[in-house]
Design a protein around this ligand. Structure first.
Ligand code: ADP
Length: 487
């Protein structure tokens, strides 16, 4: 099967979030299963500055974007140990910039940048020659690809029989632009209706992808259900419910070579399930040293690693940590960046409880590994969570996740109940209602279990044994693609 993965970011080239982890790992996972897979991403300054073996291909073409033509130069990266080829679409005006999407506010020409990228990706598929079986698009940035395949390249033999898949990583980001950007797409105004590309007067690129794709996936089965209703669907719930026969949820995998406590260069003493206690203690000593302390406190360490935004339940964490920190029963560490208010609130909490609450404001990959290894419990109280990776890393590192029962969190964490403890499936603690009482109660249950040493050791063992590798998720995508090809 020939598969073209199309995404706006991918590890190790450029990353702002979980999408990059997926787009970076899935092509190789599919290639390992025997598919012929290539990935297309934009040639950002960040991607070109990484010292990766990126070379020109000699393929160049013009892409019409509204009334102008923009040049696409195609680069290629072939890396040792990676079967999937990576193509990068270069256009310095659009992609040679300090960040991927802009910031703090988006670049004003993001519509133009990703309309260009989507159209260039389909054109590239045609120029590379076919036939392609699957064009797999990720998020709003590639939402026009299914429309271009059908409306502009429907009779091109390279893609005429290709099936398109639209994968949604987060419904909250839809690529909404003012209606005049429709002119940039080159698609006829007759498609600018509520049934296809229009959303309350605006151009909606994710909606376009959902409408024109042959199949839709999202990153967990529960999230696939949640987005068919309000508020999960963020206004597109009716459309998604109408397409439920072609909508599936496939949980993300994790890179088990990067996130492996037994071979992690960020840990002072790598460990497996059998020597988890010693390995985790060594990590706590190292973390205490990083925080300027001679020795770690002798009480359970509760961690949070993630973006400091409303979605992640920061308000709940602030309240629960504030309530518990004074009791002297628990130690907290939080690593994250995000909203200015949230960062400031964490700093203040840390200042109010010195030695008990540590707030590390910053993005630090190595420290994220060390914190997960050191922690006994990881909090993931998200308001909504399409899949979530933190709870998967936490399990692998023997840090027990306390999660809100939503989206991918509840698909990947088994709440500890008398039954799940008995049958050996318990891997964490979950709560339903998005409030501090819910989180506080679930954390209380986790701390009670922590005090029961044999029980805690069992739950940690269960969590560490889970297989979250891409092998499983890759196989599910491969099966879906195969069904689409033959169906
Ligand atoms: P999202 O994609 O919504 O941010 P995920 O849980 O899917 O959430 O992925 C978040 C990823 O980013 C994880 O790999 C997590 O470890 C990492 N991460 C988030 N914040 C930080 C930080 N401050 N330092 C290091 N890694 C971080």
């Amino acid at each position: 099967m020939r598969v073209l993965e199309i995404a706006s970011e991918a590890v190790p080239f450029a990353k702002t979030g979980g999408l990059a982890d997926v787009a970076g790992a899935l092509p190789d996972a599919l290639a390992d299963l025997g598919d012929d897979v290539s990935l297309v991403i934009p040639a950002y300054a960040e991607a070109l500055g990484k010292g990766l073996p990126i070379e020109p291909t000699g393929i160049e073409f013009d892409v019409p974007v509204g009334t102008v033509s923009r040049r696409a130069r195609i680069l290629r990266c072939r890396r040792e140990g990676h079967r999937a080829d990576v193509f990068l679409v270069a256009n310095d005006d659009l992609f040679d910039r300090p960040t991927l999407y802009g910031g703090p506010s988006d670049y004003p020409d993001n519509a133009e940048r990703y309309i260009f990228f989507s159209r260039a990706a389909v054109e590239l598929a045609c120029r590379l020659g076919g036939p392609w079986d699957i064009l797999h698009c990720h998020d709003w940035q590639t939402g026009l690809v299914p429309a271009y395949r059908r409306l502009l390249h429907g009779s091109d033999p390279a893609v005429a029989n290709a099936r398109t898949v639209m994968t949604i990583h987060n419904m909250a980001y839809q690529g909404l632009f003012w209606h005049w950007d429709m002119l940039l797409t080159g698609i006829d105004w007759s498609h600018f209706t509520w049934r296809e590309m229009e959303f309350y007067g605006q151009l909606n690129l994710l909606k376009t992808g959902i409408v024109f794709a042959d199949a839709i996936t999202t990153v967990s089965p529960t999230y696939a259900r949640e987005i068919q209703a309000s508020p999960g669907g963020c206004g597109l719930e009716g459309l998604l419910a109408g397409r439920r026969d072609v909508l599936a949820g496939i949980v993300n995998g994790i890179d088990t070579t990067v996130w492996d406590p037994a071979r992690d260069p960020h840990l002072p003493r790598p460990y497996a399930a059998v020597d988890a206690e010693a390995g985790k203690y060594a990590a706590r000593v190292a973390l205490a040293a990083r925080l300027g302390r001679a020795a770690p406190a002798a009480r359970p360490l509760v961690a949070f690693v993630g973006r400091l935004v409303e979605q992640k339940g920061i308000s709940l964490i602030l309240e629960v940590v504030g309530n518990l920190a004074g009791t002297g029963r628990v130690q907290f560490v939080m690593l994250g960046t995000g909203g200015r208010d949230e960062e400031e609130a964490l700093r203040q909490l840390s200042a109010a409880f010195p030695g008990t609450v540590d707030a590390i404001i910053g993005f630090d990959e190595g420290l994220a590994h060390l914190v997960q290894a050191a922690a006994d419990i990881t909090l993931v109280p998200s308001r909504f969570e399409p899949c979530g990776l933190t709870q998967l890393y936490a399990q692998r590192y023997g840090s027990i996740p306390v999660v809100r029962a939503t989206g991918g969190l509840i698909d990947t964490v088994v709440d500890a109940t008398p039954e799940s403890i008995r049958d050996g499936s318990a891997t964490g603690f979950a709560f339903e209602r998005f409030d501090a009482a819910g989180l506080g109660y679930a954390l209380g249950r986790a701390l009670a279990a922590y005090d029961d040493k044999p029980l805690w050791t069992t739950i940690v063992g269960n969590a560490m044994r889970q297989d979250w590798s891409w092998r499983t998720s890759g196989r599910e995508y491969a099966r879906l693609f195969e069904r689409m090809r033959t169906g």
